[in-house]
Design a protein around this ligand. Structure first.
Ligand code: CA
Ligand code: ZN
Length: 320
C-alpha cells in the first residue's frame, strides 16, 4: 500500500518498509488463514490496528450496545515471515505504538471484580493527546500504550482472538509495550503473526474487562531464533524478562504455577540454574503477577513472572 496512507506522525514510522492496513484482520489464529503480507526477518512493518470493537463504538449513543462476541478483538494480519519454521521462535519487537485520539472502557453486567457495584452497564470515553490520557476534568494520567492481542498460528486448530494460549493471543500483558520484544513459538511455516486489541492504558488484571480500547498504529520488526522453541510466549523489556501462564478463567493458581514453571525452565535450560536455585531466585527476586484476571469472562486468566536482567540471566535465551 502506498506510503501516503500512513497516518502516524511519528518519524520512526518512516522507517517502515511495509504497511498493513487494518482492513486485513482475523478473529482467530489458524494455519489455514492466507497471509495478508509476506516479509523478511528484520523488515520494519507499520501495522494498523482496530480497537477491540472494530470501530463499532464511536460515541455515547452507541457505547452500551451489545456487541457480537465473534466480532471482538480483530487482529491485523496474518503476516508471513520468510524462513520461519516449526521449532523456531519468532521475536517481535514493538518499536512504537501510537494510539488514536479517543478510546473507550466499558463494564459488562456480571463481569469484573466490582460488578456487584453496578446497577447498569457503563461506558467511559477517554481523550488521548500528546501522551496524556484524559478521563474527565479531574482525572488525567500518562498513556501507556500496549497490545492486548499478539500471536501466531497455533499448533493445531483455530483459536479465537478472545482467549490466550501457547500461541499468544489475548495475553493482555501491559508489558507488551513500546520497546518490548515478544518471543512466540513458531508452529507453522511463516509463523502467521497477527496483532490487535490496542490499549492506551491497561492496569494489571484489567478488572472491569477492558483497558482503554483504542485503534492505532504499531511499528514492528521481527527476528528468528532458529531451532529454539519456547513453550508459552516470553516478553523481554529493557530491564526484565517475563514468562506467561494461561489457565481456564476460574484457575488463576494454575496460571501462576505455569508462569513460574516457564521461568524456572528457562533458568535451568538456558542459564545453568538448578531447579532449587531457580525456585529460590524467583522467590527472592522475581515478581509474580496477574496480567489479566477477568476478561474474557468465559476464557482464560493470564499470570506473569517477571525477573530482572542480571548477568546470570541477562535475557530469556542463552544465544549470541
Ligand atoms: Ca484483551
Ligand atoms: Zn482490549
Amino acid at each position: 500500500m502506498a506510503k501516503e496512507n500512513y497516518n502516524s506522525e511519528s518519524a520512526l514510522f518512516s522507517q517502515a518498509q511495509h504497511f498493513l492496513s487494518r482492513d486485513n484482520h482475523k478473529f482467530s489464529f489458524s494455519s489455514n488463514h492466507q497471509p495478508a503480507l509476506v516479509v523478511e526477518p528484520g523488515d520494519f512493518i507499520h501495522v494498523q490496528t482496530w480497537d477491540c470493537y472494530r470501530g463499532a463504538i464511536t460515541n455515547e449513543t452507541n457505547a452500551l450496545l451489545p456487541i457480537d462476541g465473534s466480532l471482538i478483538n480483530p487482529a491485523t494480519g496474518p503476516i508471513f515471515i520468510n524462513g520461519a519454521q516449526p521449532g523456531d521462535t519468532l521475536s517481535v519487537t514493538l518499536h512504537d505504538i501510537r494510539p488514536g485520539a479517543r478510546g473507550v472502557a466499558r463494564t459488562y453486567p456480571g463481569e469484573g471484580q466490582l460488578q456487584h457495584f453496578l446497577t447498569a452497564p457503563y461506558a467511559q470515553f477517554f481523550d488521548v493527546r500528546d501522551g496524556i490520557v484524559t478521563m474527565n476534568e479531574r482525572v488525567s494520567f500518562k498513556a501507556a500504550p500496549m497490545l492486548g492481542v499478539i500471536g501466531v498460528a497455533p499448533e493445531s486448530g483455530e483459536i479465537p482472538t478472545m482467549p490466550a494460549g501457547k500461541h499468544g493471543g489475548n495475553l493482555d500483558n501491559n508489558k507488551n509495550t513500546i520497546g518490548s520484544t515478544i518471543h512466540l513459538p513458531v508452529k507453522h511455516p511463516g509463523a502467521l503473526l497477527a496483532m490487535g486489541d490496542m490499549h492506551a492504558s491497561m492496569g494489571d488484571g484489567e478488572i472491569c474487562g477492558t483497558g482503554i480500547e483504542i485503534a492505532g498504529d504499531v511499528l514492528i520488526s521481527t527476528q528468528l531464533i532458529k531451532g529454539l522453541g519456547t513453550d508459552f510466549p516470553v516478553t523481554e523489556t529493557e530491564s526484565s524478562w517475563i514468562t506467561h501462564g494461561v489457565a481456564p478463567v476460574e484457575d488463576l493458581y494454575s496460571a501462576m504455577r505455569i508462569a513460574c514453571e516457564e521461568a524456572a525452565g528457562l533458568l535451568v535450560t538456558q542459564w545453568g540454574f538448578s531447579y532449587e536455585e531457580a525456585f529460590i531466585f524467583l522467590s527472592v527476586q522475581g515478581n509474580l503477577g496477574i496480567a489479566q484476571a477477568v476478561h474474557p469472562a468465559q476464557g482464560t486468566v493470564i499470570a506473569k513472572m517477571e525477573l530482572s536482567k542480571i548477568s546470570a540471566c541477562p535475557k530469556p535465551f542463552n544465544i549470541a
